[in-house]
Design a protein around this ligand. Structure first.
Ligand SMILES: [Zn+2]
Length: 318
C-alpha cells in the first residue's frame, strides 16, 4: 500500500522578494498572502515546508540564451530600466531573485524525482511568459521551461507534461517548445483577442514535426467554472493519450473572477478540481509526480484561496 508523503510547499524570503514594487500588480506581498491563507487551513503534517534555492547560471542556460542571461545580469547591477517593453521593470538584485525562483522549481523537481515526495508546490513560480531570449509580462526567467529542460538533462525524463490554467497564454513555454514533439503541452486561457499576450489560438498545435502535439484552448471573457470544466475534459483526454511521466501544473489564479487585469470568472473550485484530476492522471501514468507553480493572480484573496485549494487537492487526492 502506498503511504502518502507530505506535500512539499516552498516558502522563504528569497521567493517572496520576486516582485516589482507597490504600484505594480506583481507585488512582493503575494507570497505572504498565500502562506497566511495556507497556514489558516491548518493542514498539519499533510504538508512540509521547504526552503528556496538559487539556480546556477548553467541551470538558467538550460532554457535561456547566454546573451539574455548576461543582459539580465548587467541590468540587475545597474538597478533601473526595463527588461522588456514596459511591463517588467528592473530592480536591484532582480537577477539573483529570478534565479531563486527558478532554482526553487529545480529543488521541487529534485525532491519529486528522488521520491522524497510525489507532489510539490512553489507559489512564486510559473513565470510562463519569459522567452528563451527575452523577458516578458512580469517574467524574467522561465522557471517552468528551465525545469522541463532539467527533467530531460538531469533526470532523463522524455515525456513531461506542462499544464497551464493561468488566464494568460503560456507563450514562453509554448514557443520555447513549439517544434518539440516530446513536450506534452495543454493550456486553457482567455482568448488572445481580448488579453495579453494575444497568442494561443486553438489552431496553434505545434510546428514542423511537432504539429498536432500541443493543446491550446482559448475561452471567451466571462467564462466560468462550467466552461472551464468542459474545456478541462479535453485536457484530461489529451493527457491520458500522452501518458506523461511527470506533470508541471501552472495554476495562475488570475483566471478567478475579480482579478484586476483579466476577464475570466472561475472560482477557486476550478483550480481544486484541476489539481485533483491531474493528481489522478499523474498517478496513472507518472508515478504520481506533479509540481504546482503559482503563476499569475493579482487579486490577493483569489490567489491565496486558489493556491491553498491546489495544495489541499494535492494532499487529498488518492
Ligand atoms: Zn496570468
Amino acid at each position: 500500500m502506498l503511504i502518502r508523503k507530505p506535500v512539499f510547499v516552498y516558502k522563504g524570503d528569497a521567493l517572496a522578494r520576486y516582485g516589482f514594487g507597490k504600484q505594480h500588480p506583481f507585488g512582493i506581498d503575494r507570497h505572504d498572502a498565500f502562506h497566511q491563507e495556507l497556514s489558516s487551513a491548518a493542514m498539519g503534517d499533510r504538508i512540509e515546508y521547504r526552503e528556496p534555492r538559487r539556480a546556477t547560471i548553467d541551470e538558467l542556460a538550460l532554457f535561456h540564451t547566454p546573451a539574455y542571461i548576461d543582459r539580465v545580469s548587467r541590468l540587475s547591477e545597474a538597478g533601473c530600466g526595463y527588461l522588456d517593453g514596459g511591463d517588467t521593470p528592473v530592480f536591484p538584485g532582480v537577477f539573483e531573485t529570478a534565479s531563486d525562483v527558478a532554482g526553487t522549481m529545480l529543488a521541487a523537481v529534485d525532491a519529486v524525482m528522488a521520491g522524497e515526495t510525489q507532489r510539490a508546490f512553489v507559489p512564486i513560480a510559473g513565470l510562463h511568459h519569459a522567452a528563451r531570449d527575452a523577458a516578458a509580462g512580469f517574467c524574467v526567467f522561465n522557471d517552468c521551461g528551465i525545469a522541463l529542460e532539467y527533467l530531460r538533462g538531469k533526470h532523463g525524463l522524455t515525456r513531461a507534461a506542462y499544464v497551464d490554467i493561468d488566464a494568460h497564454h503560456g507563450n514562453g513555454v509554448f514557443y520555447g517548445f513549439e517544434d518539440d514533439p516530446d513536450l506534452i503541452f495543454a493550456d486553457i486561457h482567455e482568448d488572445g483577442r481580448y488579453l495579453y499576450p494575444g497568442t494561443g489560438a486553438a489552431e496553434e498545435t505545434g510546428k514542423g514535426r511537432a504539429r498536432h502535439t500541443k493543446l491550446n484552448i482559448p475561452l471567451q471573457p466571462g467564462s466560468d467554472d462550467r466552461d472551464f470544466a468542459h474545456a478541462f475534459e479535453k485536457v484530461e483526454a489529451y493527457l491520458d493519450r500522452a501518458a506523461p511521466e511527470l506533470i508541471i501544473f501552472q495554476c495562475g489564479a488570475d483566471s478567478l473572477e475579480g482579478d484586476p487585469i483579466t476577464h475570466l470568472c472561475y472560482s477557486e473550485e476550478a483550480h481544486a478540481m484541476a489539481a485533483m484530476r491531474l493528481c489522478e492522471i499523474a498517478a496513472q501514468h507518472g508515478g504520481g509526480r506533479i509540481i504546482g507553480a503559482g503563476g499569475g493572480g493579482y487579486n490577493r484573496r483569489n490567489l491565496a484561496r486558489a493556491w491553498t485549494r491546489v495544495v489541499q487537492s494535492f494532499a487529498e487526492a488518492v
